[in-house]
Design a binder for this molecule. Structure first.
Ligand SMILES: N[C@@H](CCC(=O)N[C@@H](CS)C(=O)NCC(=O)O)C(=O)O
Length: 217
């Protein structure tokens, strides 16, 4: 297999980067990683050197360039079909794709107010309130997936998959901002956050030298 390199933003803040990184790790595909620190003078030029679309993450696999978190996750699923990153059942797979796309395209209030910050925990009831409708939708969505498709394990569709990659940063946000959660939501959040790969990402994030104060931006 040609060399695989995933270019990502700082692990403490780059929620989009966590998603395909987790897919690669869970699929057992070896890859190099390059971290481009966000919000520095050289950031834009550094990203453009890796991805003409100007965003991270981007995957380089030999000569192939794949950008956008969900497109990379899809590619990883094709590289490693045995990893079962999409459910085998067509109906479950269609719902898994729907919930992944909903995350990819939506939840702006949650993303804007409860940004991912793995360097510190925040308490801001006003921000949680501003994201309340998105949080309610996420909890309902997860409960529905777990109830209909989750019998085979602790994840949205039982075993770990791309839908879980897409929501892993949401788990970190809900946990990091101290959001009150239904017990079943808490169980799912804990299942994701205690995955060894997620813990490894968090440890690397905590060790990063860069700090961004998003509250003051
Ligand atoms: N829809 C894109 C979003 C990517 C994105 O917004 N990435 C941020 C980092 S988390 C970025 O590249 N920011 C740098 C910039 O916009 O200059 C994806 O899913 O990959």
């Amino acid at each position: 297999m040609p060399d695989c390199t995933l270019v990502i933003g700082n692990k403490a803040y780059s929620s989009w980067s966590l998603r395909p990184w987790l897919a690669l790790k869970q699929a057992g595909i070896p890859f190099q990683e390059v971290v481009v620190p966000l919000r520095q003078d050289a950031t834009k030029a550094a990203i453009l050197a890796h991805n003409p679309a100007g965003k991270l993450p981007v995957l380089h696999h030999g000569d192939l360039v794949v950008w956008d978190s969900l497109a990379i996750c899809e590619y990883v699923a094709e590289l490693a079909p045995a990893a079962g990153l999409w459910p085998a059942d067509a109906a479950a797979r269609a719902v898994a794709r729907s919930v992944s796309a909903e995350m990819h395209a939506g939840f702006q209030d949650l993303r804007r107010n409860l940004f991912m910050d793995l360097k510190q925990r925040h308490r801001a009831p006003d921000r949680v309130a501003a994201a309340a409708a998105d949080i309610a939708r996420v909890e309902a969505l997860w409960a529905d997936c777990r109830q209909r498709f989750g019998a085979g394990g602790p994840f949205l569709f039982g075993t770990f998959g791309i839908a879980d990659c897409m929501y892993a940063p949401v788990c970190a946000r809900l946990d990091g901002w101290g959001v009150d959660l239904a017990p079943e939501t808490r169980r799912y959040v804990d299942a994701v956050l205690t995955l060894p790969a997620v813990q490894a990402w968090r440890a690397a994030a905590e060790a990063e030298p860069w700090t961004i104060d998003y509250l003051s931006l």
